[in-house]
Ligand binder design. Structure first.
Ligand code: PDD
Length: 284
């Protein structure tokens, strides 16, 4: 069945939704995006995603074509029109269409596109019980990873490298330390301490990360925001990742070596439970 998608003010069947071949998102990856999950037909942490979207747009001096209220209404309309109980809403804003030129155009109208992806069973993923396997790869992305841009080719290549190695994802490494996963933030647990890389331009400031660290601290867990190495990960008791689509997901192997018991650990399981419980309660 065809989805209803949103393009520049209109709700359209996906076959009829079009953007220009001159769109700078297409020509220059001159665009930003957000992914918000849907549980029980409601949006998880919409406010967090809206805030980061504004930051990404501001960092790129890109105009925002919609207010936060309009954005919420579009999200809700798409969830309702497509009957999404569990899944994702993808949002992309680009600088718009203009004759090809590296300089930003002065008068382009931003392009805004949103669509849904139904993911039945998203919160009850079998991987939460088995855990994921990751490989480490060199981080070859650009230097402003704190801006959520649509230039995702290297993360995509990383995912393919992981698949070729029989694994689920890749953790990227720069100057000897793990930055993040291809589309998620990375964590290790040693004893009672959760370690994850500090915020900066080297990683995306995950919306799930912010919530999980808040819940961890509220549950009296110790959190250290600092770089960690692959060797530290190999010697950790547990490891996990967070993202809007995976929530909190255990990592049980890195570069072929089991982490801890080689099975999802109690700290990860607890954080996943708290995160899902609290975020369902606060969903809009
Ligand atoms: N990815 N780091 C990177 C590089 C990401 O692409 C993402 C999200 C995250 C986690 O951020 P958040 O918790 O706000 O989802 C970290 C999304 C889910 C994606 O590209 O599909």
């Amino acid at each position: 069945m065809s989805r209803t998608v949103y393009v520049n003010g209109e709700y359209l069947p996906e076959e009829e939704a079009k953007v220009s071949v001159f769109d700078r998102g297409f020509l220059f990856a001159d665009g930003v995006y957000e992914v918000t999950s849907v549980l029980g037909g409601k949006l998880i942490d919409f406010a967090g995603h809206a805030k980061r979207l504004k930051r990404s747009l501001d960092e790129l001096q890109m105009a925002n074509p919609v207010t936060e209220e309009e954005l919420l209404e579009i999200h809700r309309q798409l969830v309702a029109r497509n009957g999404i109980e569990e899944g994702l809403v993808y949002l992309q804003i680009t600088r718009g269409a203009a004759d090809r030129d590296f300089a930003f155009p002065k008068d382009a109208t931003p392009t805004i596109v949103l669509f849904t992806q139904a993911k039945p069973g998203l919160a009850d993923s079998p991987m939460a019980k088995t855990g994921m396997k990751v490989i480490s790869i060199e981080d070859q992305r650009w230097g402003r990873r704190d801006i959520k841009t649509v230039q995702l080719l290297y993360p995509s290549m990383g995912k393919m490298m992981a698949k070729a190695a029989g694994c689920d994802d890749a953790w990227m490494v720069e100057d000897g330390a793990v930055t993040e996963g291809t589309s998620n933030n990375a964590y290790i647990v040693k004893g009672k301490t959760i370690v994850t890389r500090h915020l900066g331009t080297e990683i995306l400031h995950g919306i799930t990360r912010a919530a999980v660290l808040r819940f961890a601290r509220e549950a009296q867990m110790t959190v250290e925001e600092r770089p960690f190495t692959v060797d530290e990960a190999k010697a950790a008791d547990e490891a996990f990742i967070t993202s809007a689509s995976a929530f909190v997901m255990p990592v049980v192997e890195i570069d072929g070596q089991a982490i801890g018991a080689g099975a999802p650990g109690p700290v990860t399981a607890r954080l996943r439970e708290i995160y899902l419980d609290e975020m369902r309660k606060a969903a809009v």
